[in-house]
Every structure is written in C-alpha cells, then in structure tokens.
Design a protein around this ligand. Structure first.
Ligand code: NAP
Length: 222
C-alpha cells in the first residue's frame, strides 16, 4: 500500500479508536496561524496526529500563480519537523492533476483501518464554499470537518444552518486564538521588503530568503 506520510503510516494498527486530523491548504507559505490552528484543533478534538497536506493544483486558485508545489511542501516539512504530533504528506502533489479533497480523503480512508476517524481541518472561509466542491456529498461521508474561524472570517448562523441542511456534513466550528495572519499578507510583506519574522517559523523564513520566494509578488506568489 502506498505511503501517506512518514510518521503516521501505521496509525490505528493497534485497533484502538484513533483520531486523525488532516490539515488541507495551499500553504503559500505556511505560517504560525496554520500551526496554531492545527495545534488547537488537535487539543480541542483530542486528535492523535495531524497531517498537513499542501494542495497540488488548487482548483479555485487558477486565476493566480501559486508557488511551485515542491517549495510549499518543503516549507511545510520545515515548519512541522519539531512537533511529534504533526507530519506532512505529499499525496496531493504526487497525484497530479486538479486537487480535489474528495480524492485525498478516499486515498487516506483506504490506507487506514476503520478505527481511524478522519477530521478534515480547514479555514471557515474555505468551508463557506464547500457545497460547490467536487463530490461534496462524498466528502461528508468520509470525514468530519473542523472549520477554523479567525477574526473577520466567521460564518453566520444562517450560512452554517444552510450548509448543514444541504450537505449532511458534520462540521464543528473552532474559534482559534486571534491570529489575523494570512499567507497573502506574508507574500505581500516579502514583496515590500517588510519583515515576516515571528509570523512563520524561522526555518521557513530562512528557506524563503534562500530560495528568493515572493520577492516579485504583490499579494500573489511568483
Ligand atoms: P484558501 O482559499 O487559500 O483558504 C481559505 C482561507 O482559509 C484562507 O484565509 C486561508 O488562510 C485559510 N486556511 C486555509 N487552510 C487552512 C487551514 N488548514 N486552517 C486554517 N485556515 C486555513 O483555501 P485553500 O488553502 O486553497 O484550500 C483549503 C483546503 O480546501 C485545501 O485542502 C483545498 O484542497 C481544499 N479545497 C478543496 C476544493 C475541492 O475539492 N473542490 C475546493 C476548494 C478548496 P491562508 O491564506 O493564510 O492560508
């Protein structure tokens, strides 16, 4: 069977109930907001592990250039290396073609035994559009969703009720510590030669500098 990631490939093999968080995103670049979200979701839902999965070719981002997947993957790996509860998977990048969450969840579901319950973690603003995602009904059957809200990105009660009615989703909303950080803000700051120190892990910052990422971008990656 193909590998999902190094640290957690045998998760659930002991037959005990196990909760796996799947942190999907473009991660262009990964920042401390993402890491804090994953950590707080891990704690709030007693997740045994969280796998970060950078999107290969995000379908809703075709109107702008996305940094090559190898860089986004490398930055994720640098960011999570020191946390034994986190790992990164290249499954979406290796799969090629348009990235659909349903394909990823099917691949992960096939890999792990039934006692491993899947929790897909993503931003509440991404969840806002979930009914338009490819095979959204199948997503609802494969995983529970954790929608992370942050200042300025909360879903109204009406929208939550609408999504719940239309899609059979099991969605938990998790308000994380106020971290008004976004990848687009980091890209813009680098392009303007402003500091991003403390907004992402130092190793990620060093990588961005070494590789010369984002210097030609203004809110959009080079
Ligand atoms: P996005 O539009 O870049 O992100 C939406 C918002 O949520 C952004 O503000 C983003 O902040 C934040 N965010 C992204 N991932 C997050 C996470 N894991 N935890 C907390 N906040 C997060 O959306 P995206 O990153 O491209 O996509 C999010 C996930 O949804 C990916 O796994 C993607 O593949 C999936 N998706 C699937 C489909 C589909 O199957 N049809 C369609 C759309 C999205 P930052 O900008 O700071 O990251």
């Amino acid at each position: 069977m193909s590998s999902i990631c190094e640290r957690f490939d045998t998760l659930g093999a002991d037959g005990r109930p196990t909760r796996l968080g799947i942190m999907g995103g473009t991660f262009d670049p990964i920042h401390i907001g993402h890491l804090a979200c994953a950590e707080q979701a891990r704690e709030a839902f007693s997740l045994d592990a969280v796998i970060f999965i950078p999107a290969g070719n995000p379908v809703f981002k075709k109107d702008r250039a996305v940094t090559p997947a190898a860089h986004r993957l490398a930055m994720c790996q640098l960011a999570v290396a020191s946390n034994p509860a986190f790992d990164v998977s290249a499954v979406e990048i290796e799969r090629g073609g348009d990235t659909y969450t349903v394909d990823t969840l099917r691949q992960i579901r096939t890999h792990y035994p039934e006692n491993v319950e899947l929790y897909f973690i993503t931003g509440a603003d991404a969840v806002y559009h979930i009914l338009t995602w490819h095979e959204s009904a199948a997503i609802a059957d494969l995983a529970r969703l954790i929608a992370v809200t942050r200042p300025g990105y909360t879903l109204s009660e009406e929208r939550r009720a609408f999504i719940a009615d239309q899609g059979r989703f099991s969605i938990d909303y998790l308000e994380v510590t106020a971290l008004a950080i976004s990848s687009s803000d980091l890209r813009a700051r680098v392009a303007q030669a402003k500091s991003i120190r403390y907004l992402t892990m130092q190793r990620v910052l060093d990588y961005i500098r070494e590789q010369g990422l984002y210097i030609d971008s203004e809110g959009g990656a080079q």
